[in-house]
Design a protein. Structure first.
Length: 410
């Protein structure tokens, strides 16, 4: 599928860490790299290396770059870790020269600006200066994300500084989108945020579901049988313990369901800066006997747990396209959470979700209570979720994104 000369350059958020002195790439992103290498003769990706104190929470699963198929045609260009004025300015001129040279060598350009003082935004400016076409990609509505962060900060110097950063970055992002040759926007929220700004917007999905992730029919039937026999509910979530994932709303929902006299076991898979507070809050809410926090576990363990899960409960607070929702559907788990556009579109065809308005954790608790009391409806919801999950295929969706890049960027 490659031609004699089709070199792709990506300048993206951090997806690399060092393990025992060697570069390792996030496992999910490695699947994207595999498809890029199938379609392009040379692939170069460039991003900052995650510091050790950030890597543990941000990249839970990674693998060595040299272990990737066709890795001889893959180049990684490490960049300094910026995201602050002093670090950015210290490395600005050297990074500018490096990125300018890489852009000039590439046939196709893919950029993903994501933060104030990032290198991806600089790469867009350099591409524009060279008169180059480029693909802009995003999995966030950046305005929504910044508003959420600012709302959580008390008034003071730090908030004023963050407000100025946000205003400047949002202007930069709009400029980057407005000059793009194609914009690949992940999910309905992100598409709606930028469809009037980007001249050539396309809604895409970034799912990490492959055929082996789909729950086997016999295992699904065993789960449905357990539900019909009114066994205790199994509730799960898989993601970082950070504010935008709504961990404390999640705990309040579990408490509300438990207080209604419903037997359940709830598990939050993943770690993060709020995990210690979550364990304390579970004790304060007197639900530590029904909630468990196993921390970071392998994807294999998570998928195995999701295949035994009845309800995948989520309380996401911003417009984004989290991969965990597609994985839950593939595992035959019903989605119950805040009804932003992304989860709604995942189940729009076959069903498999129940949603409440943002921040209405009481509404989510009530939905779970109703489903527990109507086990036939819960069983139908799980069957629908499994059907929705079977519509998701990582390679199919990734190939469509690549075809759009080839069609509009060269």
């Amino acid at each position: 599928m490659t031609s004699a000369k089709e070199n792709l350059l990506l300048v993206i958020p951090p997806v690399v860490r060092t393990v025992n002195g060697a570069y390792e790439v996030e496992t999910d992103f490695s699947h994207n790299l595999r498809l890029y290498l199938t379609n392009f003769s040379q692939v170069t990706f460039s991003c900052p290396i995650l510091p050790d104190h950030r890597a543990n929470g941000a990249i839970l699963r990674s693998l060595p770059l040299e272990s990737l198929q066709n890795s001889k045609r893959l180049s990684f260009v490490p960049l300094p870790y910026p995201y602050r004025e002093d670090r950015y300015l210290r490395h600005y001129f050297a990074t500018r020269r490096l990125l300018s040279a890489e852009i000039a060598k590439a046939d196709y350009l893919l950029f993903s600006p994501h933060s104030k003082y990032d290198w991806s935004t600089l790469a867009v400016r350099l591409a524009m200066k060279q008169g180059r076409k480029y693909d802009m990609e995003s999995d966030h509505d950046h305005y929504s994300a910044h508003q959420f962060v600012l709302a959580s900060l008390p008034f003071g110097f730090k908030k004023l500084r963050k407000m100025m950063w946000a205003r400047s970055f949002l202007r930069d992002v709009e400029s980057c989108f407005s000059h793009s040759a194609v914009a690949l926007l992940q999910g309905q929220e992100v598409f709606d945020a930028y469809k009037e700004i980007a001249p050539n917007p396309h809604k895409v999905l970034n799912v990490q579901v492959s055929p082996e992730d789909h729950i086997p029919p016999l295992q699904l039937e065993a789960k449905l049988d357990r539900i019909r026999k009114k066994a205790p509910l199994v509730v799960s979530y898989a993601g970082q313990a950070i504010a935008r994932k709504g961990p404390f709303d999640w705990l309040r929902v579990v408490r509300g369901v438990s207080e209604a006299g419903i037997k359940l076991q709830a598990t939050w898979f993943g770690d993060g800066p709020l995990m210690k507070q979550m364990t304390h809050e579970a004790k304060r809410l007197d639900i530590e006997n029904v909630v468990s926090f196993p921390g970071s576990v392998s994807r294999q363990e998570i998928m195995a747990a999701l295949q035994k899960t009845d309800i995948f409960l989520f309380c996401h607070k911003i417009g984004e396209s989290p991969r965990c929702l597609g994985e839950a559907l593939a595992a035959g788990s019903a989605l119950v959470g805040y009804g932003t556009e992304y989860p709604r579109e995942l189940v729009a065809i076959q069903g498999g979700g129940e949603f409440a308005e943002m921040d209405d954790w009481q509404g989510l608790a009530e939905k779970i209570i109703c489903l527990d009391r109507d086990r036939l409806q819960l069983a139908r919801l799980l069957e629908a979720a499994s059907s929705s999950g079977r519509l998701l295929d990582r390679d199919t969706f990734m190939q469509r994104r690549i075809e759009l890049i080839k069609a509009y960027v060269s």
